[in-house]
Design a protein around this ligand. Structure first.
Ligand code: UD1
Ligand code: UDP
Length: 380
């Protein structure tokens, strides 16, 4: 008799971070892996499924243009009902902090199916930043029976909140994913990325998509980015623009028609990871990029007021740039102009994992269900 473990995810970052776990579950004796995607994202999800060769067992296909938080949550919740009825998993795994994460965990709870939370315990303790992710992640922390915390600090957050059982420090599965994608001889299929001169030019990789940055913050960030390109002829910005219409409108308005600002479509994850490995530094409000770039030795300026990922800030590879034009411009200019400031940040740091997170999570699940005599040693 195998235990049935269902992974549920729906957006690009969840897919990148769950893909190696789906593979690890499928290859463990005694575990039957099942995969359900909500398709909260469609194209950006399918791209990740393709790269990792994943074929979901269930696909709720919920995405609509300019979807609201209520629409995502209610469609996921309703859709999951029949999936869980049909599949009858012994454990549901959700990832991180999206609306899919919250609705997937709640749907499992309503059927009294235990939930494992992958990437548990990250916190800003500001309920509106990141919004709505901070609340999603906290609520799933209350629902989950098993908490797979990337770092000891994430576990400590949960302990302080009164959660004492089912805690495992595993590292972040994104580092497992990164180990499969980055290659020195990688050839891009996006022609621009093969044409760039990564030695002579300072290539700045940019992404920006967070809901709390919509409006004035995104305008200030993008104005700062354009000033950086205007004032630094050796710099070129590569910005794969998220498919959200709100983000695409802002990028088009502030950053289009500049010879050294390349607005391109979202990259597949292998292209993205290899571009990150070759760029000079990263400016982003993404959660995943804050974890990936330090592992590749790339400085990151975070385009947010705060971060639930303080470990790489402490390690010195990440700085909070905020969302004010002047500060974003100044910090970008410093990395372009001051080799010592750049060198101080450009060292590889791996506070988020060692590439063994998926093995630890599968080992922890096996131990929880009595398939293995001991829990995994924690990631330190
Ligand atoms: C979601 C997550 C956020 C995560 C981000 C990763 C929530 C509340 N937010 O935000 O935590 O950081 O994904 O990218 O869960 N779209 C497409 N095709 C796609 C994907 C998106 O057209 O493949 C467009 C659609 O118009 C969609 C919009 O983007 O309505 C926004 O997508 P949504 O998932 O609602 O929000 P994100 O900002 O992507
Ligand atoms: N990513 C990608 N292509 C892109 C932009 C990002 O493959 O054009 C990857 C990135 O490397 C990381 C994940 O998507 O693994 C992060 O997703 P995103 O920034 O959308 O969400 P967040 O991490 O902020 O929730």
């Amino acid at each position: 008799m195998s235990i049935r473990v269902m992974t549920i995810f729906g957006t690009r970052p969840e897919a990148v971070k769950m893909a190696p776990l789906v593979q690890a579950l499928n290859s463990r004796a005694g575990i039957e892996g099942l995969c359900c995607v909500t398709a909260q994202h469609r194209e950006m999800l399918d791209s990740v499924l393709d790269i990792f060769g994943l074929k979901p067992d269930y696909d709720l296909n919920i995405m609509e243009p300019r979807q609201t938080l209520s629409s995502i949550t209610s469609k996921c919740l309703l859709g999951m009902e029949s999936v869980l009825e049909d599949a009858k998993p012994d454990l549901v795994l959700v990832h991180g902090d999206t609306s899919t994460t919250f609705a997937g965990a709640l749907a499992a709870f309503y059927r009294q199916i235990p939930v494992g939370h992958v990437e548990a315990g990250l916190r800003t303790y500001d309920r509106y930043s990141p919004f709505p992710e901070e609340m999603n992640r906290s609520l799933v922390g209350r629902i989950a029976a098993l908490h797979f915390c990337p770092t000891p600090a994430n576990r400590d957050n949960l302990t302080r909140e009164g959660i004492r059982e089912g805690l495992f420090v595993t590292g972040n599965t994104v580092i497992d994913a990164l180990k499969t994608t980055v290659r020195p001889d990688f050839r891009f299929s996006t022609p621009l990325l093969n044409q760039l001169d990564y030695e002579k030019q300072r290539i700045i990789l940019v992404t920006c998509h967070r809901r709390e940055n919509y409006g004035a913050p995104i305008a200030q960030i993008m104005t700062a980015l354009r000033r950086l390109a205007d004032t630094h002829p050796a710099a070129a910005l590569v910005y794969p623009v998220h498919l959200s219409p709100v983000v695409r409108e802002a990028a088009g308005r502030y950053l289009a028609n500049h010879p050294r600002i390349h607005l391109i479509d979202p990259l597949d994850v292998a292209e993205m990871h290899n571009l990150m490995a070759r760029c000079s530094f990263v400016m982003t409000d993404s959660g995943g990029l804050q974890e990936e770039a330090p592992a590749l030795g790339k400085p990151v300026l975070v385009l947010r007021r705060e971060t639930e990922r303080p470990e790489a800030v402490a390690a010195g590879t990440v700085k909070l740039a905020g969302v004010e034009e002047e500060a974003v411009f100044r910090m970008g200019a410093e990395l372009l102009e001051d080799p010592a400031a750049y060198a101080a940040m450009a060292h590889a740091a791996n506070p988020y994992g060692d590439g063994q997170a998926c093995r630890r999570i599968v080992d922890a699940i096996a131990w929880h269900f009595g398939l293995s005599p001991q829990p995994p040693a924690p990631f330190a």
